[in-house]
Design a protein around this ligand. Structure first.
Ligand code: TK8
Length: 337
């Protein structure tokens, strides 16, 4: 009888010892290198600082986040390739340059998809966002969270853009993405795909006349030095993926994986908050830096939206019906329409 009583207790004690184990056994000294295309003053820096403080606190100081800036470790696409091979731990990248690897991500490049950040958060943090994240381990990356690049606005050095026709003949740098190329060609501009790190010099040498990005990026990259006109088109919303190398992920302990996931969400809250707070400040700074800023009238925005509806039809096949139905279905539900 006594043996019967003591056996389970003994097993429990052994099990507990295995699970609890000294914290050190669950965490190794690690320096997680993270590639960014923007510079450290960008709100991505706030997100990574919050994430890093969290990983240090939860790993007994062993799990460090080490950001690299200004595309030092490659642009969105090449840094993501390094992450896929396991030669780089992590990258913060827009979804757009990755549609050659995961075509379904192209849904986020459709013009005027989201109306505001609230819609974007509900879609990305809900089952749709999970559906996209679940597709990524198959291509060698783990998406730890959805952070925010943001709504995109148009700058150029030639003329104020006040209506669709004003895009005619303007050489516009776009991200390396077929849907952005299609969108700006449809508007009559000459769409030139370039990596983010090449944009400033392309604008400065007039290789291209214009580009489009969130205010934070326009300020962070000092595009205002080589762009006179800013038009508040708000024509697309870019999510940011927080991609971790699956090859490296698979070598981590469950505790390390858990802390990285938990702290990426801590970073998400901070990064989205600062990104949105700084967005209005960036617009004010762009005006103060001398950019000539103009709105697009609601009527003209409606004309733009109608003109660009064809982009949805023309790119449905490459995106895939399931991705389209998921996101558009979410938006219908959110809008109650
Ligand atoms: C930064 C890029 C940038 C994007 C672009 O790595 O390329 O214009 O908006 O934010 O992802």
């Amino acid at each position: 009888k006594s043996l019967l009583v003591s056996l389970p207790a003994a097993l429990a004690a052994v099990a507990l010892a295995c699970v609890a184990g000294p914290a050190a056994a669950q965490f190794k000294e690690r320096n997680i290198r993270v590639s960014n295309g923007v510079s450290k003053e960008h709100p991505m820096g706030n997100g990574l600082a919050a994430m890093g403080a969290c990983t240090l606190a939860k790993s007994g100081g062993k799990l460090k986040i080490q950001p690299y800036w200004d595309g030092a470790l490659g642009n969105d696409l090449t840094a993501t390739q390094s992450v896929r091979t396991g030669s780089l731990d992590m990258v913060l990248t827009s979804t757009a340059p990755l549609t050659g690897i995961v075509p379904a991500l192209g849904v986020f490049d459709l013009p005027f998809l989201f109306n505001d950040e609230k819609e974007a958060d509900q879609v990305l943090d809900g089952k749709s966002g999970a559906w996209f994240s679940d597709k990524l381990p198959a291509v060698g990356v783990i998406n730890l969270a959805w952070w925010e690049n943001g709504f995109r606005y148009t700058t150029n050095s030639r003329r104020p853009i006040t209506k669709a026709e004003d895009f005619q003949g303007v050489k516009m740098r776009v991200m390396q993405n077929t849907i952005f190329i299609d969108t700006f060609k449809e508007l009559g501009s000459n769409a030139v795909p370039l990596a983010f790190s090449e944009v400033y010099s392309a604008l400065e040498t007039k290789t291209v006349d214009g580009q489009e990005n969130p205010y934070n990026n326009i300020e962070n990259m000092k595009f205002y030095e080589v762009q006179k006109y800013l038009t508040l088109t708000k024509h697309a919303y870019s999510p940011t993926l927080v991609l971790f190398s699956r090859k490296i992920w698979d070598t981590l302990s469950p505790a390390e994986q858990g802390v990285l996931k938990e702290c990426a969400i801590v970073g998400q809250a901070e990064q989205r908050k600062v990104n949105r707070e700084k967005s209005d400040l960036s617009l004010a700074n762009l005006k103060a830096a001398g950019m000539q800023v103009n709105e697009i009238s609601p009527e003209e925005t409606t004309r733009l939206r109608d003109k660009l509806k064809v982009i949805y039809e023309r790119n449905a096949a490459s995106i895939g019906q399931e991705a389209l139905d998921l996101v558009l279905g979410d938006l219908k539900r959110i809008r109650g329409s």
